[in-house]
Design a protein around this ligand. Structure first.
Ligand SMILES: [Ca+2]
Ligand SMILES: [Ca+2]
Length: 270
């Protein structure tokens, strides 16, 4: 093993194929704060809803809500507060869900989930039931998707969340059906993941990305930010893959290709 100064490699997926139609549609919104309302009778207070239109077709697809109400329980606990904050899909059952919560993905994670439901909690505190869902977090990415004609369109919505306030910031989705998106990805890379493994091993040595490969042999490389912005590209002339460059800490996508195949790796630089 070579001596490496800063290395962390997360080789998560291999072999990709080029897809010219993949397109990330990103929407920045004015950061919008959602808090609990004053006590209202019942939970149908639509002033505490924030709707958004993921695919910009003029129809809302999801909304966040914050409900607060009080119940009269007994003389010893006359008014008991109830709190619920949730992300809700309007009709496409598209919230990445785990144990009641909307999953908060970290920047660069692939948006994927075993369960997709029509709603996922951000916070709940009702009469002994409590779901904190990883709170508090800043710049968490909730996984969402649209369903249309048996196709899925994956996306994310970014927010800061605490037990009393949400700040909803922006969202994006991949307009190519059934293709992945990374949390925080705002630009199109033009390639998608597939499940085939190959023998390429890419790592970061503190200055450059390097790789070791069996078959196939690749002859060009491209380095992207996780958002899909190209940083450097060129021909592979030795094992030394990329020219020295000041890589800020973050997640990078490294694509290698030749005339007939492609591969992409996701690598974390500390
Ligand atoms: Ca829509
Ligand atoms: Ca914003």
């Amino acid at each position: 093993m070579e001596k490496l100064t800063f290395i962390l490699i997360l080789v998560m997926f291999s072999f990709l194929r080029l897809n010219l139609y993949a397109q990330i549609i990103y929407t920045d919104i004015q950061d919008t704060i959602l808090t609990f309302p004053e006590n209202v009778p019942g939970i149908q207070d639509e002033t505490n809803y924030i709707y958004f239109d993921l695919d910009n077709d003029g129809e809302h697809d999801f909304y966040f809500y914050a409900h607060y109400w009080e119940e009269w329980l007994s003389p010893s606990a006359p008014e008991y507060p109830f709190y619920v904050m949730q992300l809700q899909s309007i009709n496409n059952k598209g919230v990445a869900w785990f144990e009641g919560c909307a999953i908060d993905f970290a920047y660069g994670d692939t948006i994927q989930s075993e369960f997709w439901l029509d709603g996922g909690l951000v916070f709940l505190d009702i009469l002994g039931s409590y779901a904190e869902c990883n709170l508090p977090y800043q710049d968490g990415y909730l996984g969402i998707r649209l369903t249309e004609n048996d196709n899925y369109y994956y996306g994310w919505v970014r927010l800061d969340a605490s037990t009393d306030t949400l700040v909803i910031k922006d969202f994006a989705y991949n307009s190519s059906p059934n293709e992945t998106i990374f949390a925080g990805q705002t630009e199109t890379v033009g390639i998608i993941e597939s499940s085939r493994e190959d023998e390429v091993h890419i790592y970061f040595d503190g200055n450059n990305f390097r790789f070791k490969t069996g078959k196939p042999d690749y002859d060009t490389y491209t380095v992207f930010t996780i958002e899909g912005r190209q940083i450097v590209a060129g021909k592979i002339i030795s094992e030394n893959l990329t020219p020295s460059f000041h890589y800020k800490p973050g997640i990078y996508l490294i694509m290698l290709k030749n005339s007939h195949s492609y591969t992409m790796k996701k690598i974390l630089v500390h």
